[in-house]
Design a protein around this ligand. Structure first.
Ligand code: PGA
Length: 252
């Protein structure tokens, strides 16, 4: 972390949580001392966005987002969710390009770029995800893969929208595996991402870059200690209120 940038702890609930589990999460969260030194964001399933927004409103200090958004604003796209509707529902942010979307739903760089531009133009914050697979890391292609994902995914972002852009570095081999990147491995990639953002014309010192992949309350502190790691995108360890609170406390 760096005092120039606000730390963000973002829970990506993926396709998890029942209504009872969500209510329990917020009861646990409400018992904690609210952390003012960082941003707490949650991305539930689309269908739970409204209820999570209501609960988050009562607890305070939690912003609610979506895990995906359509590349089109409206029309015949059965099953898709428009960024226009997300904004309309009071959604704060959207995660674009998560490796599960890239792998299972075959989302291409071109589609991800469209999703990013459309979400930004609808005043949503965008967490744009990048990351290499294990075989790409093992064959020494990590930096090249991530540069390519950034170059394609962030094409044509208007200058006046860049403040709404966050990046998440999520090595695919670390997601849901319990095999977290070491703080040194993550910092090396984060520093490269920042310099690449600069080359792409962004105000790179201001851009928040999150790390994701098997982050837990136990390993968060070591990661957040690094100068280019500005927060975490957390799956498994964000599902329980108690654990999410510990992640927020790790920032302190
Ligand atoms: P994980 O997931 O924390 O369960 O590894 C992170 C993510 O996919 O965003």
């Amino acid at each position: 972390m760096n005092p120039k940038r606000r730390v963000h702890i973002v829970g990506n609930w993926k396709m998890n949580q029942t209504l009872d589990e969500i209510k329990k999460f917020f009861i646990d969260l409400s018992k904690s001392r609210s952390e003012k030194n960082c941003e707490a964001w949650i991305a539930p399933q689309f269908i739970h966005i409204s209820i999570v927004k209501d609960l988050a409103f009562t607890t305070g200090n939690v912003m609610v987002g979506a895990q995906n958004a359509s590349h089109e604003a409206k029309g015949a796209f059965t099953g898709d969710i428009s960024p226009v509707s997300l904004k309309d529902m009071g959604v704060h942010f959207v995660i674009i390009g998560h490796s599960e979307r890239r792998a299972f739903f075959k989302e291409s760089d071109e589609i991800l770029n469209k999703k990013t531009l459309l979400s930004l133009s609808n005043d949503l914050k965008v967490i744009f995800c990048v990351g290499e697979t294990l075989s790409e890391r093992d064959s020494g292609q990590t930096m090249e893969i991530i540069k390519s994902q950034l170059n394609h995914g962030l094409k044509d972002i208007p200058k006046n929208r860049e403040d709404s852009l966050l990046i998440a570095y999520e090595p695919v081999w670390a997601i849901g595996t319990g095999k977290v990147a070491t703080p040194e491995q993550a910092e090396e990639v984060h520093a490269m991402i920042r310099s690449e953002l600069k080359k792409l014309g962004f105000d790179s010192e201001k851009r928040v870059i999150l790390y994701g992949g098997s982050v837990t309350p136990e390993n968060a502190e070591g990661l957040l200690f690094k100068p280019n790691i500005d927060g975490a995108l957390v799956g498994g360890a964000s599902l329980k209120g108690e654990s999410f609170v510990k992640l927020l406390e790790a920032v302190r």
